[in-house]
Design a protein around this ligand. Structure first.
Ligand code: MBD
Ligand code: FE
Length: 306
């Protein structure tokens, strides 16, 4: 292999700054490995200059389009980070509790905060009304009073406010402070699944892989409370065609609660509605914070609605 020759190995050493004492040793080691693996990949697949520059053009367009955070889950990388956190927790003896699953690229910080309950939709859209409620508890079954449930989801067209400029600020995004018994509840509209922008770079690569870019309908959550490990998770809406065929690999056992359809005229009337509605019950079970596993608070760039 050309990659194994002295000439190329010494080139790689210089690339990674291994011939100087400055810089960051961990960064140097990672760049040394990454560039060496790329050199080897180019050699083993006999990648031609045209193909190489097509890939560089792709990365440029990926960054320009703002879809880096979309390709990451599409390539399973965000799920891999979750699996690593699961493994670290298992090693620290942390088991049970609500499963984590990926955050995804569409969280917006700073959603309105309310106590106990909230309505997430702004009333401008028609759709099936959903009431979701539950309790935040610790692994011993003790309610976590005052836990904050930060919830976000798509509208009936699969679009998220802020990223979809047709929606009002913080539509379908709220932070709900659970009551003294750890209970939260909200009213919203059942979301539709998300699909990658059909003309974007993420879908382009998926096309080359013979893959679709759909996610099943889902609702995202961050659940936080002082002294507890932050939970990042989602629930899926049961019955969706893509329930077990998510391009972002986020569906997990334990995150597919039953959706009850309520068509009882008295119940419909009592809620001020004129059509059957959906109900979901879902409890969140948090782990106490510990120094024996990595923190679950992830530093990541987030939009904040202007
Ligand atoms: C989404 O709504 C989402 O949650 C993920 C992970 C990727 C794309 C769109
Ligand atoms: Fe999502």
């Amino acid at each position: 292999m050309l990659t194994d020759t002295k000439t190329v190995q010494s080139l790689l050493d210089k690339v990674a700054g291994h011939d100087n004492d400055a810089g960051d040793p961990r960064m140097k080691a990672i760049v040394r490995r990454a560039t060496a693996d790329l050199f080897r990949l180019i050699e083993e697949f006999d990648i031609q200059p045209d193909e190489f520059w097509a890939a560089m053009g792709y990365l440029t367009r990926l960054g320009q389009s703002g879809e880096v955070g979309l390709l990451v889950p599409g390539l399973g990388l965000e799920t891999f980070l979750d699996l690593r956190m699961d493994q670290a927790e298992a090693k620290a003896g942390i088991e049970g509790g609500t499963p984590r699953t990926i955050e995804g690229p569409l969280y917006v910080a700073g959603a309105p905060l309310s106590r106990g309950e909230a309505r997430l939709d702004d009333g401008t859209e028609q759709g099936e009304v959903l009431f979701m409620e539950g309790q935040v508890r610790d692994v011993n079954g003790k309610p976590v009073a005052g836990a904050v449930v930060d919830v976000w989801h798509a509208n009936t067209l699969g679009g998220y406010s802020f990223f979809d400029p047709s929606q009002a600020k913080y539509n379908l995004r709220r932070r709900i402070e659970a009551d003294a018994e750890g209970r939260y509840r909200f009213r919203t509209l059942l979301p539709s699944g998300y699909a990658c922008p059909p003309d974007g770079p993420t879908q382009l690569l998926l096309d080359h892989l013979g893959r679709h870019g759909h996610r099943p309908a889902h609702i995202h959550f961050f659940v936080t409370a002082p002294g507890y490990r932050k939970l990042t998770t989602q629930i899926n809406i049961d019955g969706d065609d893509y329930l077990h065929d998510d391009f972002a690999f986020a569906t997990r056992d334990g995150l597919i609660p039953a959706v009850r359809r309520n068509a009882d005229p008295a119940a419909i009337h009592a809620r001020g509605l004129n059509a059957p509605f959906a109900e979901i019950g879902f409890d969140f079970v948090l782990h106490a914070e510990t120094a024996t596993a990595p923190r679950t608070v992830v530093t990541r760039a987030h939009a904040e609605a202007a």
